[in-house]
Design a protein around this ligand. Structure first.
Ligand SMILES: NC(=O)C1=CN([C@@H]2O[C@H](COP(=O)(O)OP(=O)(O)OC[C@H]3O[C@@H](n4cnc5c(N)ncnc54)[C@H](O)[C@@H]3O)[C@@H](O)[C@H]2O)C=CC1
Ligand SMILES: O=P(O)(O)OC[C@H]1O[C@](O)(CO)[C@@H](O)[C@@H]1O
Length: 378
């Protein structure tokens, strides 16, 4: 079995590549990073190391790489024969990989009628659906009809903390021991892919929202509040009791929304929150607040981890979620010289003022109660 995976970065190598290799797939990585692709083709293997006391290591062997900038034809060929296609490139990059995937599917249409599934493994709701939309835009009506029949785009939720890497060997990846890959079984085409340790479910929306509005909201809250307080790592920040309480308060608010929406058991959900706080505190991971806070414009989006649960909270309980508002304000103040989005955000706030900037980012009107509350606290 052969899998073509877009994005040989932290999640690509440290999570998806590892699980696919362990499930018997030969993994072909597609990336625009020449150094990483050259190294993959030279070494044909890398190690995934667990960030625990034992530092247990797993070998991922038999891998190869394609530089999509230099060899697009090779990517098209790979997609035409792959048994599975996955991505971990970042939500904003999906539209850039879609044209090559569309070309690959056109080629497949002529030579290979085997159904195939394409799974976006990104931190967003509906990642594969969005990728599908971009792919269909590149096809004629006949080609699109073939794709609708033969190609599944099941959405998925991926959860594993993979920080910035500081290893001796370029391809090695240090990852947290915990991982969860949940895939929507209702959107699959053909036989279910055999991916060991992936969970196939019919109610993905509940899983993905629980994950995005707990793990990712909690992580982002820790990063933004930590950055503002002068902490540099997530573990340091979460050991600051005042910030830990603010993060717990934020997750209590998102938890109320999730429990009301999906009828999760309150005590089970509390255990889920506590486990996540424990993951943030992992002393074997040095995770920069600047990495976790990256891309604040995306993270402040109306459908993302801060504003979406805040709006749902207001709709459901007719109250402003004070902790979420506090985190949104911290996010609006996030600046990292290495993160272009944060610099654009800074400029936007300076030029337009915080209300108009937040209103533009979220699409909410200036007199929306959430905008007013954010402006007042800012
Ligand atoms: N790092 C983490 O802890 C987690 C990340 N995620 C999600 O996984 C996705 C990837 O994140 P990371 O692996 O952390 O980022 P990363 O930056 O380590 O990896 C992204 C990779 O995509 C490549 N790329 C960029 N443009 C490309 C293109 N046009 N074609 C092919 N490859 C391209 C980059 O060169 C890079 O190697 C994101 O959606 C992120 O939200 C999800 C859960 C955890
Ligand atoms: O690009 P994003 O949304 O920050 O995704 C990566 C985030 O996801 C997390 O793994 C949580 O799942 C964090 O480690 C990380 O900050």
């Amino acid at each position: 079995m052969k899998a073509t995976h877009f994005g040989a970065g932290n999640i690509g190598r440290g999570f998806i590549g590892l699980l696919l290799h362990q499930s018997g797939y030969e993994v072909e990585f597609v990336d625009v990073n020449e150094t990483v692709i050259d190294e993959i083709n030279k070494e044909k293997a890398y190690r995934v190391i667990l960030a625990n006391e034992e530092k247990q290591a797993f070998q991922v062997k038999g891998v190869s790489g394609i530089n999509s900038g230099q060899a697009p034809e090779a990517v098209i060929q790979a997609i035409s024969t792959a048994n599975l296609v996955t991505t971990a490139v970042g939500p904003h990059i999906l539209k850039f990989v879609a044209p090559l995937i569309a070309e690959g599917l056109k080629k497949r249409m002529q030579a290979n009628s085997q159904p195939v599934n394409i799974i976006a493994c990104e931190n967003m709701v509906g990642g594969s659906s969005e990728l599908k939309k971009h792919v269909l835009e590149k096809l004629t009506a006949d080609e699109a009809a073939w794709v609708q029949e033969h190609v599944g785009f099941p959405n998925s939720a991926v959860d594993r903390i993979v920080p910035n890497q500081h290893n001796e060997k370029l391809l090695d990846v240090l990852v947290e021991p915990f991982h969860e890959w949940v895939i929507d079984s209702t959107e699959l085409k053909g036989t279910k892919p055999d991916i060991k340790e992936a969970l196939f479910v019919e109610n993905l929306q509940a899983y993905i929202e629980r994950k995005l509005f707990t793990v990712n909201t909690g992580h982002a809250a820790t990063a933004y509040l930590g950055n503002l307080a002068g902490h540099t790592t997530i573990a340091d920040t979460i050991s600051d009791e005042k910030i830990k309480q603010a993060v717990l308060g934020t997750l209590e608010e998102t938890g109320k929304v999730l429990i009301a929406k999906y009828a999760f058991q309150a005590d089970e959900h509390q255990k889920y929150i506590e486990k996540i706080i424990g993951r943030f505190a992992n002393p074997n991971i040095i995770d920069d607040v600047q990495r976790v806070g990256r891309a604040p414009l995306r993270k402040l989006g109306a459908k993302d981890r801060l504003v979406a649960p805040a709006l749902e909270y207001m709709n459901e309980f007719d109250q402003v979620p004070e902790h979420l508002v506090n985190v949104i304000v911290a996010a609006l103040k996030f600046v990292s010289e290495e993160d272009q989005e944060s610099l654009t955000l800074k400029e936007k706030v300076q030029e337009k003022g915080v209300g108009p900037a937040f209103s533009e980012i979220t699409g909410l009107t200036l007199d929306h109660p959430l905008v007013e509350k954010v402006v007042a606290l800012y």
